[in-house]
Design a protein around this ligand. Structure first.
Ligand code: ADP
Ligand code: MG
Length: 237
């Protein structure tokens, strides 16, 4: 599904250049449930933005479903994203003057689905996420957990193969965080690859593989037996 070799990414501002990703290698299979951890500034969002075809890279290879992602213009990148990827962000990124249903329906607007049809489909997704009664409320009238569920519905409505979530529980209390992780697990159970960035150990422990970013490369991969030990340790804290 995702295959990355020797990935490099620098940010250049004026005469300064910051080398963030320094020859990173990564393989993620279809259907995996992965978390990416690493200290603040280690390049987690940078990597997620490259995975999501929101940003380009300087050197190396990134293959998504067998296709090399390289040198795409904005239209080609958008086509790839719309066909493959759903995004979830810490700050929800809902449009404040649109109600829950309209927010969920938005990706279908860009796919030129009629208003009537996209609202019907949006209602189905809101129903699935337990938010039918909130369809006509604005984001400002929803709790943090409800807002994130609206964002998840919006991410799912275009039938993505991959969900990319950047600190999806970062703005939520621990109980609501667990509810959101339950939803992401259900999404994964349906076969969708889920990749989340988090710095919270108890959130990472709920995924099936933990990838640690360190010094611009993958420092450690925790899975299987090691992951069970990690979970036990988190539980004791
Ligand atoms: P993380 O998500 O792990 O906290 P980021 O990927 O956001 O880290 O950032 C990695 C480093 O790159 C940080 O030092 C950050 O300040 C820098 N950075 C991120 N985005 C940009 C940008 N658009 N321009 C310049 N520097 C950036
Ligand atoms: Mg970040």
């Amino acid at each position: 599904m995702i295959s990355i070799q020797d990935l490099h990414k620098s940010y250049v501002t004026g005469t300064n250049s910051l080398h963030v990703l320094k020859g990173l290698n990564l393989e993620i299979e279809e259907g995996e449930f992965v978390s990416i951890m690493g200290s603040s500034g280690s390049g987690k969002s940078t990597l997620l933005n490259i995975l999501g075809v929101l940003d380009d890279y300087d050197k190396g290879n990134y293959y998504l479903s067998g296709k090399r992602i390289w040198g795409l213009n904005e239209t080609q990148a958008a086509i790839t994203r719309n066909a493959m990827i759903g995004f979830i962000f810490q700050s929800f990124n809902l449009i404040s003057f649109k109600n829950a249903m309209e927010n969920v329906a938005l990706p279908l607007y860009y796919q030129k689905v009629s208003r009537k049809k996209r609202n019907v489909i949006a209602m189905e997704y809101l129903d699935r996420l337990g938010l039918k009664d909130w369809a006509h409320h604005l984001p400002s009238e929803l709790s943090g957990g409800q807002k994130q569920r609206v964002a998840i519905a919006r991410a799912l409505i275009s039938n993505p193969k991959i969900i990319l979530a950047d600190e999806p529980t970062g703005a939520l209390d621990s109980q609501t965080s667990l509810e959101v992780m339950d939803i992401l697990k259900e999404v994964n159970d349906q076969g969708i690859t889920v990749i989340i960035v988090t710095h919270e150990h108890d959130i990472a422990a709920l995924t099936r593989k933990i990838i640690r970013l360190k010094d611009g490369v993958i420092g450690e991969v925790i899975t299987n037996g090691e992951l069970q030990m990690y979970r036990d340790r988190v539980k004791q804290e």
